[in-house]
Ligand binder design. Structure first.
Ligand code: SAM
Length: 352
């Protein structure tokens, strides 16, 4: 029998305990977000549990335990001399400032929702038929919108559109653009606000998301130039100067079929803005903290979503440039260029 290294056992137990703690922290972050506990501490003034409870109309005993858990997790600072807890200003940005690209609060909402699907996902491992995006807890859809919007706000108009050949000029002059797999329409609405001469259509197969996107367009005052319709990526109607897919091609059951349809819907000199999760081409290159998050959510959500749509070509969230290039070339596109990237996204300019 292989010699057992006791130290390795200890080290791995410590790592596993850290992961159990991280999972529990995620759940408590959602509590803090939902009840306004972080927002009540966002001024970085030290508070006692009684003060936090009074400010948020919650139970002092629950706040006391939550604050201690937050301090143990390194989310808030604790001063034993005063018994007060402080949310550092930098942490307040990450947890409460939803217009900052550093804000990841939506990620907690989305990922804890994804974790609720574990019983169905375990079953899906046995039958192999996947689990549809629409079959998840609605917090996955809301959390995804909140998680992705800060990145789109920071990068889409300032960097990604200018990085596509000719797209910014088209949109400034007045163009038609379709946002496929648009979810709650965060990206569509940001574009509509930035380019008032252009018109936008968001399509998604998920009816509940399309209803939410329509509400968002009304709230943002752009509903006259932005429409949202229920349609799958391989059969949406119309022709467009620009088509975009934000973080969704890898969720589709037939990415090549979707890409073929996008090509048929694109003007001869059109651009397909393809945004996908950041990934390298090999498993070993993705064994890092970002790859850990994306492979994990992909196992629970993205790969399952693709499998649930049949066809068997589920890319998953760590497809990487080489696989994505194969998909678009197979669909008949001739030009495929990495136009930009962030630590979380790859951005491609795909041309007919
Ligand atoms: C990760 S979410 C991204 C949503 C949105 N693009 C965003 O960035 O916030 C993936 C989206 O793809 C949609 N989707 C999955 N398969 C689809 C298909 N075959 N046709 C159209 N939409 C699809 C889902 O309903 C979901 O809204």
């Amino acid at each position: 029998m292989e010699q057992i290294d006791e130290q390795k056992i200890h080290d791995f137990v410590n790592k596993a305990m850290g992961d159990i703690g991280a999972a529990l922290t995620s759940s408590l972050v959602v509590v803090g977000d939902k009840l306004g506990l972080y927002r009540a501490m966002a001024d970085s003034k030290p508070v006692t549990s009684a003060e936090l409870a009074a400010k948020t109309e919650t139970s002092e005993r629950c706040c006391r335990e939550w604050l201690s858990a937050q301090a143990a997790a390194g989310y808030v600072d604790y001063d034993p001399a005063t018994g007060r807890y402080t949310l550092p200003a930098e942490h307040a940005i990450v947890l409460t400032m939803e217009d900052s690209p550093a804000c990841v609060i939506g990620g907690f909402q989305a990922m804890t929702a994804a974790m609720r699907a574990e019983p169905k996902v375990s079953e899906a491992f046995k039958h192999g038929g996947g689990l549809g995006w629409h079959e998840h807890d609605a917090n996955l859809f809301l959390g995804t919108e909140r998680f992705f919007r800060p990145g789109y706000n920071a990068n889409l108009v300032a960097d990604w559109i200018p990085a596509l050949e000719g797209a910014k000029e088209k949109l400034e002059r007045g163009a038609t653009m379709a946002d496929i797999g648009c979810g709650h329409g965060a990206s569509t609405i940001i574009l509509a606000k930035a380019f008032p001469n252009s018109t936008f259509v968001g399509f998604d197969y998920h009816e509940e998301s399309i209803q939410r996107a329509r509400e968002r367009a009304e709230e943002a005052g752009v509903a006259d130039r932005v429409t949202f319709e229920v349609a799958a990526a391989d059969r949406f109607p119309g022709t467009y100067d620009i088509v975009a897919c934000f973080d969704c091609l890898h969720d589709m059951g037939d990415p090549i079929g979707a890409a073929r349809h996008i090509k048929s819907a694109l003007a001869p000199d059109g651009n397909w803005l393809l945004v996908e999760p950041y990934a390298n081409d090999t498993v070993e290159e993705n064994l890092n903290p970002v790859g850990r998050v994306f492979y994990s959510v992909s196992t629970l959500v993205c790969t399952q979503a693709g499998l649930a749509q049949g066809c068997g070509h589920a890319l998953g969230a760590q497809a990487g440039e080489a696989q994505l290039g194969d998909v678009v070339r197979e669909a008949g596109f001739t030009r495929f260029r990495r136009a930009s990237e962030t630590p979380f996204n790859l951005v491609f300019d795909v041309r007919p």
